[in-house]
Design a protein around this ligand. Structure first.
Ligand SMILES: [Zn+2]
Length: 93
């Protein structure tokens, strides 16, 4: 059983272990496959420090500016020039 059975892009049923339909990934990221986000090596505390004074916080919802590295197909934190917003569900913020 896949962990998620709904596409994160359109929320229609997904029958693969991807997070998005290929078409939805294409629309969102310009890639045919879902970019990877390595959460285990992702240091939110460090990223937050890097972005002090640059993060836009509305209400209490933390946001991290991200960009897509099309060479490695992975999402990276981007203090400048971010094109995507990551909203961590993390109480440490
Ligand atoms: Zn979809």
């Amino acid at each position: 059983m896949p962990i998620n059975d709904r596409c994160w892009g359109c929320y229609e049923v997904l029958d693969t272990e991807n997070f998005y339909h290929p078409g939805c990934a294409q629309k969102l990221f310009g890639l045919r496959s879902t970019p990877s986000l390595n959460m285990t090596n992702f240091d939110f505390g460090q990223v937050a420090q890097d972005m002090v004074g640059q993060m836009s916080i509305s209400g209490v919802q933390p946001k991290i500016s991200m960009r897509l590295d099309k060479k490695t197909k992975s999402l990276l934190s981007a203090p400048q020039g971010g094109e995507l917003i990551l909203k961590p569900q993390n109480s440490r913020f």
